[in-house]
Design a binder for this molecule. Structure first.
Ligand code: PHE
Length: 338
């Protein structure tokens, strides 16, 4: 059959076809595997070599033209359907659209903001430091000597081959940065993300959050430290909790402590406090004179306290989360609960 009259025939059928199913059938008849166009192409090997190219081109042009007609008709059907739906009695254009999905603040962000407000109300400044940190700030200036075990590559992610740049392993480097830019007396807190090269498990992740605190002033003592920590506890748990200090060792504080608080969840022992009625809250201490000096502060004239609150742990305590890795894995089923 010659291509022109074939196209005319197809055009008439497509225009006259009543629905999508019959349109599909017409499409198959013409351009399907066993359709008219396929038959034309199958004839090619039987033709005179000189005529083959022109014949092939015609067949392909025919196919193209038919496909376009089908697509056009298809669109017309779709438009008619939509039109009908709009006119149907149950179409109510005044109905509100489906609710948009709304996000919420991450629980870490929530505690961070609450604690920032609390410390701001106590006259602290909120400061920031880099996550990629110089070895000098992360270790050296904090009185962590070259051979200290905390430097072991087990714990530290190094960012270069010469050991000059690290991912900060704690927020304490911000202590030095804060001292360098201020004249005492001052109080700062520095919330942020820290990194350790550790095997992850339910209570360890390679990335977690801390909030550093540093207060420098005249005659700052352990009594000031305890006072501040009790206020912090009241802010977090909404009531007064007894605290106790145990000795703790960190090269940048002297003396150094682990501060425990009475378990806020029980009186006689529970799973959170492991039946001891005490929970380990944070490490802290009086700033070591070498550290003050490294920050350009005269230890003969000034003293200070510092603490390192584990924000990830605090969020876990607060919400009864049993695996620290939930905090970072971005699973909406977890996040939507906050
Ligand atoms: N930087 C210490 C750590 O992450 C915690 C700390 C901060 C201890 C401040 C004492 C004073 O392990």
């Amino acid at each position: 059959m010659d291509p022109d009259s074939t196209l005319d025939a197809a055009r008439r059928q497509i225009a006259a076809c009543p629905d999508e199913a019959s349109l599909k059938q017409i499409e198959r008849d013409y351009v399907g595997k066993k359709g008219v166009v396929a038959a034309m192409l199958a004839e090619i090997p039987k033709l005179d070599p000189d005529a083959r190219k022109a014949h092939g081109q015609k067949a392909n042009a025919l196919k193209q033209a038919i496909l376009e007609l089908v697509a056009e008709r298809q669109q017309a059907f779709a438009a008619t359907k939509l039109d009908a739906a709009r006119r149907a009695d149950d179409f109510d254009p005044t109905l509100p659209p489906p609710a948009a999905l709304r996000g919420s603040l991450h629980p870490i962000t929530q505690v961070t903001r609450e604690l920032e407000d609390l410390f701001l109300s106590m006259g602290y400044e909120v400061v920031d430091g880099p996550e990629v940190e110089l070895d000098h700030y992360n270790f050296e200036a904090l009185n962590i000597t070259k051979d200290h075990p905390a430097r072991d590559s087990q714990d530290t992610f190094y960012c270069d081959d010469v050991g000059r740049l690290v991912l900060r392993t704690h927020t304490s480097p911000v202590q030095i940065r804060a001292m360098e830019r201020r004249e005492p007396p001052f109080r700062v807190v520095a919330p942020g993300r820290v990194f350790r090269q550790e095997t992850t498990d339910a209570s360890h992740d390679h990335t977690f959050y801390q909030m550093e605190g540093l207060v420098v002033g005249k005659d700052i003592s352990v009594a000031h430290l305890i006072g501040a920590m009790k206020t912090l506890l009241r802010g977090i748990f909404g009531r007064d909790l007894d605290v106790r200090l145990r000795p703790g060792h960190f090269p940048f504080v002297e003396p150094g402590f682990e501060l425990d608080a009475r378990c806020p969840f029980c009186e006689a022992g529970c799973s959170v406090c492991k039946r001891t009625t005490w929970i380990e809250l944070l490490p802290c201490g009086l700033v070591h004179p070498n550290v003050l000096r490294a920050g350009g502060v005269d230890p003969e004239e000034w003293s200070g306290f510092a603490f390192g609150l584990g924000l990830s742990r605090l969020v876990m305590l607060r919400h009864g989360i049993d695996d620290v890795r939930h905090l970072l894995d971005g699973d909406l089923r977890f996040l939507e609960q906050f």
